[in-house]
Design a protein around this ligand. Structure first.
Ligand code: SF4
Ligand code: SF4
Length: 198
């Protein structure tokens, strides 16, 4: 075993379905003990919007990665409703190694897909990072109301010193209680090639 490899983990980062099921059972058990998390979000705080600064910057945040969704961003979290939204091709189901956030096991969450990325990214490492699929030369294709919480709760700062009020860790903790539907969706979208139609 090389330095950095972990027992029981495929070094390529590809996550096996049986590993998911074992970790899902663990996640449910822990959630029963801890209770589900939810974070209040105030999208109306004027500090969150600075069109001039963001125009000057040209969207460095959007060139790094698509932003994270909160479950609050969807009116209907049923399998059918999320499937319909994901079939538009702008959302990716991402597998995150919860260990880095002191969360046991793998956790699935939704974020906006990156250029060159898949709708279901069943790997922990070597995922394509880079520009969000919804970034255009005129900015984001989504209007403010339809942007994910990760985008709306980012405080623009001078020199790219921007602060997030909705971190990946918060997203994971909110998505934890929806792992059942996300696992079903990950199986449904596994290896499907879908074009972004937005
Ligand atoms: S939030 Fe920050 S990184 Fe993103 S466009 Fe605005 S200034 Fe640039
Ligand atoms: S969805 Fe919009 S705000 Fe979020 S990363 Fe993509 S282009 Fe940027």
């Amino acid at each position: 075993m090389f330095m950095g490899e972990q027992p029981g983990r495929d070094p390529s980062g590809v996550v096996k379905k049986e590993d998911f099921m074992a970790h899902f059972a663990k996640t449910l058990e822990r959630m029963r003990e801890e209770g589900a998390r939810h974070y209040d979000k105030d999208y109306s705080d004027p500090i969150l919007q600075n069109a001039e600064l963001c125009a000057q910057c040209g969207g460095k945040c959007c060139k790094r990665c698509g932003c994270a969704f909160s479950p609050d961003d969807f009116e209907d979290l049923s399998f059918e409703a999320l499937k319909t939204e994901i079939e538009k091709g702008y959302i990716t189901i991402e597998v995150v190694d919860g260990d880095q956030f002191y969360i046991a096991g793998f956790v699935l969450m939704l974020r906006v897909r990156n250029v060159g990325g898949l709708v279901y990214e069943n790997r922990l490492y070597n995922r394509p990072r880079g520009q969000c699929i919804l970034l255009t030369e005129h900015g984001c294709k989504l209007d403010w109301d339809h942007r994910p919480s990760g985008g709306k709760l980012l405080i623009p700062g001078e020199g790219g010193n921007c602060q997030s009020r909705y971190s990946t860790e918060r997203a994971l903790r909110e998505w934890e209680k929806h792992q059942g539907v996300l696992i079903r969706l990950s199986h449904y979208f596994d290896e499907k090639e879908i074009e972004c139609t937005l």
